[in-house]
Design a protein. Sequence first.
Length: 70
Amino acid sequence: MPFSPQTMIDLLQAFLQTGVGIGKIKHPDGRDVTMNRKGAMEELAYWENVKAAQANGGLSISRLGLKGDF
């Protein structure tokens, strides 16, 4: 994960503040992601949980089991 959870939280909060029902978010990896408000709220909850888990030492990138993890 080359970006922090806070990056996604900021993007999603900015999207939700626009009041738009459906819109595109520019993902940190360059993709355009189309989502509705419900999907954005679910994603926001996910990234807030990831951020909290990392802050509590309960989640690290190497524990995700991605290729190249040591």
